[in-house]
Design a protein around this ligand. Structure first.
Ligand SMILES: Cc1cc2nc3c(=O)[nH]c(=O)nc-3n(C[C@H](O)[C@H](O)[C@H](O)COP(=O)(O)OP(=O)(O)OC[C@H]3O[C@@H](n4cnc5c(N)ncnc54)[C@H](O)[C@@H]3O)c2cc1C
Ligand code: FES
Length: 275
């Protein structure tokens, strides 16, 4: 159930990811079971600063009130979250949104394409696919960042790269600095051919900057992937989270309620996206 009203959560642990991004584990003070799906998000708020929409980067654990957000410092709210110490509290509303099309993916090949912080909402989807590995066919992750130092979830990336259950391709725009990961140089779109996927029976889930999602989606369609099986997670400024204020509207769609995950044909026809 969505919780449009505030609850408080306590910061349990912080895991630094990159220079401007960390993963924050919270626990609800009311101790209630928090159930959410990969791709859903919370509104996190601090008094006087406002709220920010943030995707879950962890998997929901039944019976648990713990959850993780991986947050890049952008401005007011995210800057204040960065200053929180374990034990301090913030306000939470959620979970909101529809999440990734998990049921539609059963029996299909799955292609996950993430850019930068876009790996945050893709991570629980990948963990879910690995947990239910026998329900899907091939599983491929393509993750791109600007530099090796900007790659989040380095430990996970190393673990996934070792696993036979998922094929991983990690790429960076610039091969600067050291990395223990096998990195290729180039944009994600350079590595999307010859993946051995069943084009007509693949569900593709994409999250990253809008321009990147556009090029990835178009590349997939040119290759013959079915456009109605291409899904993107959209980012818009949000206020209410409950389809009331209109802040997040794209055409007739509310990103907070109808999204943030949309099939490509559903979102492509609206003029205020670059998709
Ligand atoms: C559904 C959804 C899921 C998200 N998940 C994550 C996540 O997992 N991790 C994460 O780090 N971020 C995520 N974001 C982005 C996050 O919501 C913004 O970075 C955050 O709201 C910024 O708030 P702030 O108060 O810190 O910055 P502000 O002080 O409000 O803004 C700082 C700067 O960022 C710009 N900005 C702020 N929000 C947005 C936005 N939504 N789109 C474009 N520009 C914006 C402002 O115009 C300003 O230039 C998500 C956004 C949405 C809509
Ligand atoms: S945030 Fe208010 S309508 Fe979506």
């Amino acid at each position: 159930m969505d919780h449009p009203h505030y609850r408080t959560a306590r910061l349990v642990e912080v895991q630094p990811e990159t220079a401007d991004t960390s993963s924050y584990e919270f626990i609800l003070e009311d101790g209630q079971d928090l159930r959410f799906s990969p791709g859903q998000f919370n509104m996190l708020g601090l008094p006087g600063a406002g709220e920010a929409a943030l995707s879950f980067s962890s998997l929901s654990a039944p019976g648990s009130s713990r959850f993780v957000h991986t947050i890049r410092r952008a401005g007011n709210v995210t800057g204040l979250i960065e200053e929180l110490q374990p034990g301090q509290r913030l306000m939470v509303r959620g979970p909101f949104g529809n999440g990734w099309p998990i049921e539609q993916a059963v029996g299909c090949d799955i292609l996950l394409v993430a850019g930068g912080i876009g790996l945050a909402p893709i991570r629980p989807l990948l963990l879910h696919c690995l947990e239910k590995r026998n329900r899907i066919r091939n599983l491929v992750l393509i993750f791109g960042a600007r530099t090796p130092g900007e790659m989040i979830f380095q430990q996970d990336l190393a673990t996934w790269q070792e696993q036979d259950e998922v094929t991983t391709i990690y790429c960076v725009d610039r091969l600067s600095g050291e990395s223990s990961l096998p990195l290729r140089q180039g944009l994600v779109t350079h590595f999307m051919e010859g993946l051995g996927l069943d084009l007509r029976n693949t569900v593709a889930c994409i999250c990253g900057p809008e321009i990147m999602m556009r090029f990835v989606a178009r590349n997939l369609m040119l290759q013959g992937y079915r456009e109605e099986r291409i899904f993107v997670s959209m980012e818009r400024r949000m206020r209410c989270g409950t389809a009331h204020c209109g802040h997040c509207q794209i055409g007739s769609k509310f990103v907070c309620q109808d999204g943030p995950v949309f099939s490509y044909p559903d979102i492509q026809r609206f003029a205020d996206t670059v998709l």
